[in-house]
Design a protein around this ligand. Structure first.
Ligand code: NAP
Length: 307
């Protein structure tokens, strides 16, 4: 039987990915939504979670697609109402919010899924499999894109909790933390913050594993022209290059055949599986690296950013 689901936060990602993935899924049936202004075809839309929960519409699960700053309260209410919850990335505006949700979900026996959609890109699992058991010598992540192209007019990304350039950058970190064979942590960092904004437009991280590999990550939202979403890893036996956000993989100079895989249908297949098996998946490692960047980096004031 299909799992009934509601969606909260009818913005870009809900319309581009969540609603189509749910519509195409045999596992889920959309029954309602909640968003201050948004609309969704064919289902009632409430202004907020309170209206949705008070409506009496029965549903099993809920996908949180609103900006991260307003996700925790809504997710907590949904869990307390016994709903299974999918959290868009990042799973919270702070680590403690996510810890709180994990506790609530445990107490209420519901599934909590911190969905890192980029981990479902086709090159990620093959890259992880190739790197398993290998000794990394060095790794470099470059995540550079044009904020005006991908986030036109979005204000929440620049506000506290919006993460700035780490909003896309956390996708790269979600891949990096998935494929690296060893535990990595932030050793040093720099963040460039526009003088009229609260969040970074660029950042650099120096990361360390337990074996002394040299690992760096660079993030920049000022990249016009070709966009760069790449991770390269050199091990004692060869080199791996993951490009286009995890859509392509080259090992020792040879392009690898990859399985057909679309991120959001795979996210929802996993969510269904977690619900049906009574499990949760709440990996916080990408958010922990970003939180540590805010703790451990030098802050450099840079030119004001105008939309
Ligand atoms: P967005 O276009 O700004 O949409 C967010 C929507 O959330 C807004 O349209 C707004 O709905 C709604 N919202 C705002 N406050 C709310 C509240 N208190 N309760 C319920 N809904 C509220 O942002 P987005 O790009 O879709 O990003 C949303 C999340 O998805 C972020 O965490 C982002 O990192 C993640 N994400 C985005 C992308 C992408 O390509 N854009 C990709 C993957 C993941 P109304 O219009 O109804 O006011």
């Amino acid at each position: 039987m299909a799992i009934t689901i509601a969606v909260v936060g009818l913005g870009k990602i809900a319309h581009d990915q969540h609603l189509p993935a749910i519509a195409a899924s045999d596992d889920f049936t959309l029954v309602a939504a909640a968003s201050p202004e948004g609309t969704a075809e064919g289902v009632p839309v409430f202004k907020d979670i309170d209206g949705l929960l008070a409506s009496g519409i029965a549903f099993d699960a809920i996908a949180m697609c609103q900006p991260p700053q307003v996700r925790y309260i809504t997710a907590a209410k949904a869990i307390r109402a016994g709903k299974h919850v999918l959290l868009e990335k990042p799973p919270g505006a702070t680590l403690a919010e996510v810890e709180g949700l994990v506790r609530f979900a445990d107490e209420h026996g519901t599934t909590l899924f911190a969905a890192w959609h980029s981990r479902y890109a086709p090159a990620v699992e093959p890259a992880r499999a190739w790197l398993a058991g290998q000794q990394v010598v060095s790794a470099e992540m470059i995540w550079k894109e044009d904020v005006r192209r991908w986030h036109p007019g979005q204000q929440w990304i620049w506000q506290p909790g919006g993460l700035g350039v780490f909003d896309p950058g956390i996708n790269g970190l979600s891949i990096l933390t998935r494929i690296m064979p060893d535990f990595i942590h932030l050793a040093d960092g720099e963040m460039e913050i526009p003088s009229n904004r609260a969040a970074p437009i660029a950042a650099r991280m120096t990361l360390a594993d337990t074996q002394g590999a040299k690992i760096t990550a660079e993030f920049d939202w000022r990249q016009t022209g070709p966009q760069s979403w790449e991770i390269s890893v050199t091990t004692t036996t060869g080199t791996l290059l993951l490009t286009r956000g995890g859509s392509a993989l080259v090992i020792d100079g040879v392009a690898q055949p990859l399985p057909e895989r679309s991120e959001y249908p795979a996210v929802y297949a996993d969510f269904a599986q977690l619900i049906r098996t009574g499990k949760s998946d709440t990996d916080r490692s990408p958010l922990r690296l970003v939180a540590d960047a805010f703790l451990r980096s030098r802050h450099i004031a840079t030119a004001p950013f105008m939309d």
